[in-house]
Design a protein around this ligand. Structure first.
Ligand code: NAD
Length: 496
C-alpha cells in the first residue's frame, strides 16, 4: 500500500479520467447544443475538464426518460426487496470507488482529501444503504374506519423527482435527496451545481451498473438556467432543492407558475452557538466553536457563524477560540494533513472577501481577514474572527465562508432573543451543564437542529435535517424524508 501523502494523491489525480457529459436514459451524452463550460479546480485555478451545459432539450430528454421509466413501472413496480438489493449494490459500488470519488470531489470543490475520504463519500454510501434498508420495512396503515369499510392509507411514489443541489457537499447533499427518492420508487433527474458536477456525473454510471434501470437516474449538469427549467417543467412532479434562500424563493414561484410541483427546500443559515458561564468544558467548547465555522472552509449551511458568549467569560473564551483558529491553516487540499482547503471558486472568494471588508468597517478584526496561498493560483482565505455587534452585516447575513462573528450577551433571555433574531432557523447550539437550562433553551430556540454541549454531531441518518423559517421546509435524512417523495393515498373498500 503506497503511503497516502500529497504526492500519492497528486499522482492519482494526474492519472484520473474525468467524465463531463450528461447522463440521460442510461448513457452519457453531450448536451444537445454541444455547449460546454469549463470545470475549474479551486486548488490551483486549472481547468479539469469540459462539462456538458444542459439546456431545454437536455432537460426535456432527461424528464421524458424519467417519465417513461416511471410510467412503465420499471423501478417503482419492482418488489421492494429487489429495489433494496439494487440500491445496496449501488452503495457498495460507491464504496468500491471511494478513492476516485473523493479525489473528484477534492479536485472539483477544493475540500480537503481527509474530509472527502472520511465524510463525503462514505456518508453518501451510508445514506444510500440506509434508505435501501428501509424499503422493505416501511408499510402503510389500516385505518380504524366503520365496520363495513376496509380503510387503507398507502404511500406511493410521487413520480418524476428533480433534485437541484449545491456545491459544498456535492455528492452527500445529492445523496440525501436521490437516495430516499429512489427508495420510494421515483425516477430522478439530478442537477448538480455548475461549480461541482463531477461526482454526480460519475455515480450515474455506478447506479446503472448496480442495476438501476435506464431512465430512472439521470444527471443534467448545468447552471441556474437548467435548474430553472426543471422548476418550471410541467412534467416534474416534485423538486427537492438545497441551496440559497434567494434561489429557493424563486423555485417556489416557478412551481406556482407551472404545475404546482411539490417543492422541498433546504436553504441557508446563520446559526447561533451560545456559550453560558456554566459551560462544562471551555476548551472543548472553543475547539468545537472553531470547527463549527472553519470546517469545510465555513461553506456549511449549519456553520456556527454567530458565537454568542456571556460577557463574564467572553474575554477568556475568546482567547481560547483564537488559539483554536490558529490551528485551521489553509493548505493543499490533496495533502491528507490539511484541515482547511480552498474556497470553491473566484466568485465565492470575492463574496467572502467582500464580507470581510464590510466587517473591517463595522466590527473589530481579531484574526485572519486575508486571502492566502495566492501563488498557487487557487482560492484560499485565512480563518477569520471578528468581535461584532448583532446589528453588523457580517453578524446577520450568511457569508458561507470561514468568518466568525463573536457577540457578547448579559443574560439568558437576551441570548435567546439574539439567537432567534434571524430570518434563518437551521441549527443552534448551547453549552451548559444545567439539564433544565439545556432543555428550556432548546425548546425556545427556533431551529431545526439544536446541539447541547457539542456542534455538528449527527452524521447519523436517523436525525431529520432541515430548517425553520427561511431556512426551508421539509426535512432531509431519517424516515421523514421519504414523506417528501411520496403521495398519501386513502383507499376505502366497502365490504357490503
Ligand atoms: P445556489 O442557490 O446558488 O445554487 C444551488 C443550486 O441551484 C445550484 O445547482 C444552482 O445551479 C441552482 N440554481 C441557481 N439559480 C437557480 C434558479 N434560478 N433556478 C433553479 N436553480 C437554480 O446555492 P449554492 O451557492 O450552490 O449553495 C450555497 C447555499 O446552499 C447556501 O445558502 C447554503 O446555506 C445552502 N445550503 C443549505 C443546506 C441545507 O441543508 N439547508 C445544505 C447545503 C447548502
Amino acid at each position: 500500500m503506497p503511503q497516502q501523502d500529497l504526492a500519492f494523491w497528486q499522482s492519482r489525480a494526474a492519472a484520473l479520467a474525468i467524465e463531463g457529459r450528461a447522463f440521460i436514459d442510461g448513457s452519457y451524452r453531450d448536451s444537445a447544443s454541444g455547449r460546454q463550460f469549463d470545470c475549474i479546480s479551486p486548488i490551483d485555478g486549472r481547468r479539469l475538464t469540459a462539462i456538458a451545459d444542459c439546456a431545454a432539450a437536455d432537460v426535456d430528454a432527461a424528464v421524458a426518460a424519467a417519465r417513461r421509466s416511471f410510467e412503465a413501472r420499471e423501478w417503482a413496480g419492482l418488489k421492494p426487496r429487489e429495489r433494496k438489493k439494487t440500491l445496496l449494490r449501488f452503495a457498495a459500488l460507491i464504496r468500491q470507488h471511494a478513492e476516485e470519488l473523493a479525489l473528484l470531489e477534492t479536485l472539483d470543490a477544493g475540500k480537503p482529501i481527509g474530509d472527502t475520504t472520511s465524510v463525503d463519500i462514505p456518508g453518501a454510501a451510508y445514506c444510500v444503504e440506509w434508505y435501501a434498508e428501509a424499503i422493505d420495512k416501511v408499510g402503510g396503515e389500516v385505518v380504524p374506519a366503520d365496520p363495513h369499510l376496509v380503510g387503507l392509507v398507502t404511500r406511493e411514489p410521487v413520480g418524476v423527482v428533480a433534485c437541484v443541489v449545491p456545491w459544498n457537499f456535492p455528492l452527500l447533499m445529492a445523496a440525501w435527496k436521490f437516495a430516499p427518492a429512489l427508495a420510494a420508487g421515483n425516477s430522478v433527474v439530478l442537477k448538480p451545481s455548475e461549480k461541482s458536477p463531477l461526482t454526480a456525473i460519475r455515480v450515474a454510471a455506478l447506479a446503472l451498473e448496480a442495476g438501476v434501470p435506464p431512465g430512472v437516474f439521470n444527471v443534467v449538469p448545468g447552471g441556474g438556467e437548467a435548474g430553472k427549467l426543471l422548476a418550471l417543467h410541467m412534467d416534474v412532479d416534485c423538486l427537492a432543492f438545497t441551496g440559497s434562500t434567494a434561489v429557493g424563493k424563486q423555485i417556489m414561484q416557478y412551481a406556482g407558475q407551472s404545475n404546482l410541483k411539490r417543492v422541498w427546500l433546504e436553504l441557508g443559515g446563520k446559526s447561533p452557538n451560545i456559550v453560558l458561564p456554566d459551560c462544562p468544558d471551555f476548551d472543548r467548547a472553543a475547539r468545537s466553536a472553531a470547527g463549527a465555522i472553519f470546517y469545510n472552509m465555513g461553506e456549511m449551511c449549519t456553520a456556527g457563524s454567530r458565537l454568542l458568549v456571556h460577557r463574564d467569560i467572553k474575554e477568556m473564551f475568546l482567547d481560547k477560540v483564537l488559539e483554536q483558529a490558529a490551528q485551521w491553516k489553509p493548505g493543499h487540499p490533496l495533502d491528507p494533513n490539511t484541515a482547511m482547503g480552498a474556497i470553491v471558486d473566484q466568485i465565492q472568494l470575492d463574496r467572502v472577501l467582500g464580507y470581510i471588508e464590510a466587517g473591517r468597517a463595522e466590527s473589530r478584526l481579531l484574526c485572519g481577514g486575508t486571502r492566502t496561498l495566492s501563488d498557487s493560483g487557487g482560492f484560499y482565505i485565512e480563518p477569520t474572527v471578528f468581535d461584532a455587534r448583532p446589528e453588523h452585516r457580517i453578524a446577520r447575513e450568511e457569508i458561507f465562508g470561514p468568518v466568525l462573528s463573536v457577540i457578547g450577551f448579559d443574560d439568558l433571555d437576551q441570548a435567546i432573543g439574539l439567537a432567534n433574531d434571524s430570518e434563518y432557523g437551521l441549527a443552534a447550539a448551547v453549552w451548559t451543564q444545567n439539564l433544565t437550562t439545556a432543555h428550556e433553551v432548546s425548546r425556545r430556540l427556533r431551529a431545526g437542529t439544536v446541539w447541547v454541549n457539542c456542534y455538528d454531531e449527527g452524521g447519523d441518518m436517523n436525525f431529520p435535517f432541515g430548517g425553520y423559517k427561511q431556512s426551508g421546509n421539509g426535512r432531509d435524512k431519517s424516515l421523514h424524508a421519504l414523506e417528501k417523495y411520496t403521495e398519501l393515498k386513502s383507499t376505502l373498500l366497502r365490504l357490503r
